[in-house]
Design a protein around this ligand. Structure first.
Ligand SMILES: Cc1cn([C@H]2C[C@H](O)[C@@H](COP(=O)(O)OP(=O)(O)OP(=O)(O)O)O2)c(=O)[nH]c1=O
Length: 195
């Protein structure tokens, strides 16, 4: 099958993923968010969840768009075997920050590419993040910013929260939502070419 010229669809509602793709010169032809159930399976590890959901998002859109490349991704914050939720309310964000305060945790992003010749390729990327201890005042200051909303683990490293990050080991864009190195390798290896 001839893959050159096949369109690229980003299966994501995240403006950060679009911006990270732009950063490496990849402009999707279309953006179609994939609405899938993101509930972890019983006993599922954070890594397995990120990979499964990235694959699920790519597959869901590829069902109807089999002649395109479809890129899906998912970011999960893990503290040991524990999977932290995406913070949709203040209390969830507070609980996440209290748990992560003063320690190291891991952020996993899965990236999956469905190809026009029917393959589903996937990669997982892991970044370790070490945080300073956050007292109540620091947590409440961050809660008031609202930047935690919709973010896995209740924080966004690409904003105000950066001042609490002592160090990271691994990829920074992976924490923001898209591991650009792995993403580019998938696209390039699968034969996607810039139009
Ligand atoms: C840890 C962390 C997460 N996040 C974001 C990345 C993801 O957008 C979000 C995790 O939710 P995801 O389910 O991965 O993505 P999403 O719901 O935003 O978009 P879609 O499912 O449509 O692709 O948390 C940051 O922006 N910065 C961070 O530091």
């Amino acid at each position: 099958m001839h893959l050159t010229g096949a369109p690229l669809i980003l299966a994501s509602s995240s403006p950060r993923r679009k911006a990270l793709l732009d950063m490496i010169g990849v402009v999707p032809d279309e953006i179609i968010p994939a609405d899938i159930d993101e509930t972890p399976l019983k006993g599922e590890s954070p890594r397995d969840l990120a990979l499964r959901l990235a694959q699920g998002k790519a597959q869901k859109i590829a069902q109807d768009r089999s002649k395109a490349f479809v890129l899906g991704s998912d970011t999960v914050v893990g503290c040991g075997r524990r999977i932290l939720p995406k913070a949709e309310d203040e209390q969830t964000a507070r609980d996440c920050l209290a748990l992560l305060s003063g320690g190291s945790h891991r952020v996993y992003s899965g990236v999956a590419l469905a190809t026009p010749d029917g393959k589903l390729l996937a990669r997982i990327c892991e970044t370790r993040v070490k945080l300073r201890r956050l007292d109540n005042a620091a947590i409440e200051e961050y809660i008031a910013s609202g930047e935690w909303h919709g973010k896995a683990g209740g924080y966004a490293i690409q904003g105000l929260f950066a001042k609490h990050v002592i160090s990271i080991i691994g990829s920074h864009p992976n924490v923001v939502g898209l591991p650009v190195y792995e993403t580019w390798n998938l696209l390039d290896g699968a034969g996607w070419r810039k139009p």
